[in-house]
Design a protein around this ligand. Structure first.
Ligand SMILES: [Zn+2]
Ligand SMILES: [Zn+2]
Ligand SMILES: [Zn+2]
Length: 111
């Protein structure tokens, strides 16, 4: 069992996260869905995301290391864009989410 901290869905069964937009430096961008990455990160195989478990065509759960940044096209978790940790449904800001960890907060929680 792994529950997305942000959409509260079970990651093994949810087809997609509920957040479809992200705010980058104050500008709203549509997220890069699984399978639309600039190269094949697994989405074209028809399998679920190897990291967060969404289906091809779905939006990754925040913090997934497969997700690409719609602003700069690099890997979202390491691209350095300022997301303001705000994710959105359409143009509606949902609030501050937890999936993307602040710099340097990696490496905790391994059981
Ligand atoms: Zn993912
Ligand atoms: Zn989610
Ligand atoms: Zn970026």
């Amino acid at each position: 069992m792994a529950i997305c901290e942000d959409c509260k869905q079970e990651m093994l069964t949810a087809a997609t996260c509920t957040f479809d937009h992200v705010s980058i430096e104050g500008v709203l961008h549509r997220r890069v869905w699984y399978g639309s990455e600039p190269s094949d990160w697994g989405g074209r195989s028809g399998k679920r995301c190897g990291d967060c478990g969404v289906e091809p065509g779905g939006f990754h759960h925040p913090g997934c290391d497969i997700e690409h940044c719609p602003g700069c096209g690099r890997q979202l978790i390491s691209c350095g864009c300022d997301l303001n940790t705000v994710w959105c449904i359409g143009s509606q800001v949902v609030g501050q989410l937890t999936g993307r960890h602040p710099e340097g907060a990696e490496g905790q929680g391994d059981a």
